[in-house]
Design a protein around this ligand. Structure first.
Ligand code: NI
Length: 228
């Protein structure tokens, strides 16, 4: 399942964040990919331990924690500390798969990458589409600043060459409590339906409507079965 999460950050704030980190020092993007990926990767990355990255990372982490849609879709057990990349004219990242395992630099814990995410922090560029191969063919994503695409980390994907301007994004991986993507999709559909029913009936937590309450019970019991 691929999910667009609109306005994880408000657009103006996302653009301001992109401008702020653009002014910092960047390094060659091959630092976070294996030798095979280096062959197809031409971009730049913000050093993880710099002040600009630390500050921006904190803001993105805070926004993720506050995004009900993200939490519902990802059911995160662990979120890799967000990284930032940048593509100027001629830079691109050819078809690749993300590594299955990552070591969280903050905790030393191993993280299985179930989901990949890209949060857009600039808009004034041409090219630079994130294209993802999925069940329904290859789709291209170029979202407004502040919007995020969350997609299966199992997917083959690439970033097309930028032809003008600067594409600046945050990216990270999620290990989900529910490893199986199909099960996660069922839980997401159920949760979103319950939220909509609760909004319609005006009762939080299903309290206003017995059927919503029963669906809420089903949701939590499925999480109990499927959360690893
Ligand atoms: Ni990738």
């Amino acid at each position: 399942m691929l999910t667009i999460i609109p306005q994880v950050l408000p657009r103006d704030e996302a653009l301001a964040l992109g401008r702020a980190i653009a002014a910092a020092d960047w390094v060659d993007g091959s630092v976070t990919s294996g030798p095979a990926a280096t062959l197809v990767k031409r971009n730049r990355q913000l050093p993880e331990d710099g002040e600009a990255a630390r500050s921006a990372r904190g803001r993105v982490q805070q926004a993720l924690g506050a995004s009900a849609l993200f939490l519902s879709a990802a059911l995160p057990r662990a979120i890799y500390p967000p990284l930032f990349n940048r593509y100027g004219p001629g830079e691109h990242y050819g078809d690749h798969v993300d590594n299955a395992l990552r070591i969280d630099p903050a905790t030393g814990a191993r993280l299985r990458t179930d989901l990949s995410a890209t949060l857009f922090l600039s808009e004034d560029y041409d090219g630079g589409e994130l294209t993802i191969a999925g069940d329904f063919g290859r789709m291209a994503y170029k979202l407004a600043a502040g919007d995020m695409v969350l997609y299966p980390a199992t997917s083959l994907h690439r970033v097309n060459a930028v032809t003008r301007g600067e594409r600046i994004c945050a990216f990270f991986w999620v290990e989900s409590l529910v490893r199986d993507g199909a099960a996660r999709e069922v839980l997401f559909d159920l949760d979103q339906t319950i939220q909509a029913l609760n909004a319609r009936h005006g009762g939080g937590g299903g309290g206003g409507d017995p059927q919503s309450l029963r669906l809420t019970k089903v949701y939590h019991n499925l999480v109990r079965r499927w959360a690893g």
